[in-house]
Design a protein. Structure first.
Ligand SMILES: [Zn+2]
Length: 140
């Protein structure tokens, strides 16, 4: 089961796996106790989760500062450091291929290993992509 919550420290709306006792905020890395957090929406569907994250984030916008990826996270071919630019890149790739694999994301983002895993977690939590199967993703 997945849920949507809002970080009490930075106000970022994010999707989490409710089976975890604690999660790290995707933006400020605050440890969030899942059992104590207000869950705005819950679902078993990764796609519904992603859509719910986006809806709530849109509703909350105005109180929220833009979602900027921490320094040091570079996207190949440029100095792009925000999720919107990454979203545009992977949405274009998905348009060509129909769906995205772990390796597609690796080559599109120029990331590998733990850095790529962390980025995928962020993209999932931010409602930009959702998992369609083991190692396959679609843009919401
Ligand atoms: Zn936070």
């Amino acid at each position: 089961m997945y849920g949507v919550l809002i970080c009490s420290r930075c106000g970022t709306v994010q999707g989490v796996d409710l089976s975890h006792a604690r999660v790290d905020c995707v933006r400020c890395w605050t440890k969030i106790k899942v059992s104590r957090a207000k869950i705005y929406f819950s679902t078993d569907s990764p796609q519904e989760l992603a859509i719910a994250v986006r809806r709530l984030a849109e509703r909350e916008r105005g109180q929220e500062t833009p979602f900027i990826i921490s320094k040091g996270t570079a996207v190949r071919g440029g100095d792009v450091g925000n999720l919107e630019a990454i979203e545009a890149t992977i949405a274009e790739l998905e348009g060509e291929k129909g769906q995205l694999t772990y390796m597609d994301l690796s080559s599109a983002l120029g990331l590998t290993g733990a850095t790529l895993d962390k980025m995928i977690c962020r993209l999932l939590a931010a409602g930009i992509i959702y998992e369609t199967g083991p190692g396959t993703y679609r843009v919401v």
